[in-house]
Design a protein around this ligand. Structure first.
Ligand SMILES: CC(C)=CCC/C(C)=C/CC/C(C)=C/C=C/C(C)=C/C=C/C=C(C)/C=C/C=C(C)/C=C/C=C(C)/C=C/CC(C)(C)O
Ligand code: SAM
Length: 377
């Protein structure tokens, strides 16, 4: 009888496996580094591996720059490490270290006079609605990523799950200020998602759009402003509706929106709309909930009615950095849903009865991707 090792040694190796085993040998690495092409590839690989390894340090440097308001202060005026250290309670040499790290990340620039200013990328962060807050909220995600093996095993309650009240249906237990902070984070981050969804999908011809899980209404506001003849319904959990009411109150759009409290888990969706949108809703839920929700959407729509899904997605068979790294682990830490690829979502829509499925190209997959389909005659 053969030992396991003998069995594998007799199996014919595919060229990729053979190559991987070669590259994993220190002797091969030493040999390859003596040749010009081998050296160039190995140096590049080494630098890229190092960059992955230090990813968490980079994101914490960014967090420090945001939390001590350094980006904003350098936007107001150039400053030296000494000036910034005085007001932030960080010793001079450490502040210099932070600022140099910011320069290395091309967020800041150092000037000949020793003062620092914002580089283009640092300035861009301040111009994206909600991005500094989003960076700060990564504290909770970071705490969960501190022990990735436990996170993967799902052994303990996560910080992120506690921060998004509606996910666990425990909104009563969440301090009001925390709930408030996170709903405003959700609303602010929505402006990017709305921008890209409106770029990917033409909402023309829709009379009444039903936005399921519409939150405080940031997405509907953007759509209604772009399509002045459209009316809308916003459906969300009863505890979320007051925020939507307040948000539409002063907008001049209130007469075009009707607010519908309810849970898509427990009741049918309101009818009367000729299109339904699901913006950043599906990835919060498991497959059964999503299949049921899509069937309810199908039932609520008239023939020819359209469904628009928009949220960050996995790259599927071609994994993609935002969907398959950040949002995949993010939803894992939330503990209730998962990122799906556009193809998976399309298949689930098809299983619910939808046809005419389209997967528009996403200009910024780290913001959102979309799937659209309709109820065929
Ligand atoms: C004018 C010409 C021709 C040339 C000039 C060149 C020049 C100066 C160009 C302009 C530079 C410029 C304007 C740059 C703009 C950069 C932008 C817009 C950057 C945007 C970045 C956006 C990012 C990084 C977005 C990140 C989003 C995140 C992290 C979202 C997270 C969302 C979460 C966690 C949601 C959770 C929801 C839940 C709970 C899972 O359901
Ligand atoms: C990630 S947020 C997205 C909000 C908004 N669409 C956006 O993109 O900013 C998910 C929304 O789904 C809502 N939601 C969760 N479970 C729900 C349910 N069972 N019925 C109705 N809405 C629900 C939440 O209250 C929340 O507003």
């Amino acid at each position: 009888m053969l030992a396991a090792g003998d069995q594998t040694s007799r199996v014919q190796l595919s060229p990729s496996v053979w190559f991987a085993r070669l590259v994993a040998r220190p002797g091969f690495q030493k040999w390859a580094s003596r040749l010009p092409i081998g050296r160039a590839v190995s140096e590049r690989d080494g630098a890229e591996i190092f960059d992955i390894l230090q990813g968490f340090v980079k994101s914490q440097v960014l967090l420090a720059l945001v939390e001590m308001d350094i980006l904003q202060r350098l936007l107001d005026q150039p400053a030296s490490a000494e000036q910034l250290s005085l007001s932030s309670g960080v010793p001079h040499d450490r502040m210099e270290g932070l600022l140099k790290a910011g320069v290395a990340m091309r967020l800041l620039k150092s000037r000949r006079d020793g003062r620092y200013i914002l580089a283009r990328r640092g300035a861009a962060i301040l111009g994206v609605p909600g991005l500094p807050q989003m960076i700060s909220h990564n504290r909770a995600f970071y705490a969960d990523m501190g022990d990735p093996v436990s996170l993967l095993r799902g052994v303990s309650e996560t910080h992120l799950a506690r921060f998004w009240p509606y996910v666990l249906g425990k909104s009563d237990e969440i301090p009001h200020d925390v709930a408030e902070r996170y709903s405003s984070l959700m609303a602010e981050s929505q402006s990017l998602v709305a921008q890209d969804t409106l770029r990917m999908v033409n909402f023309g011809g829709i009379n009444t759009l039903l936005d399921i899980g519409g939150g405080s209404g940031a997405f509907l506001k953007a759509v209604l402003r772009k399509y002045p003849k459209m009316n809308a319904m916003l459906f969300d959990l009863p505890e979320v509706i007051p925020a939507a009411r307040a948000n539409f109150g002063q907008s001049g759009l209130e007469s075009r929106v009707s607010l519908r409290p309810g849970s898509f888990r427990e009741q049918p969706l309101p009818d009367g709309a000729d299109a339904i949108s699901l913006i950043r809703v599906l990835y919060d839920h498991d497959d059964k909930t999503v299949s049921d929700l899509l069937s309810k959407a199908f039932a609520a729509l008239p023939v020819g009615g359209r469904l628009i899904v928009s949220e960050p997605m996995s790259g599927g068979s071609r994994p993609e950095p935002a969907g398959d790294i950040y949002f995949s682990f993010y939803t894992m830490a939330m503990g209730t849903g998962r990122v799906r690829s556009a193809r998976q979502i399309a298949d689930m829509c098809e299983a619910a009865g939808f046809a005419d499925i389209k997967l528009p190209r996403a200009p910024r997959p780290y913001v959102s991707s979309a799937v659209t389909c309709s109820k065929a005659p």
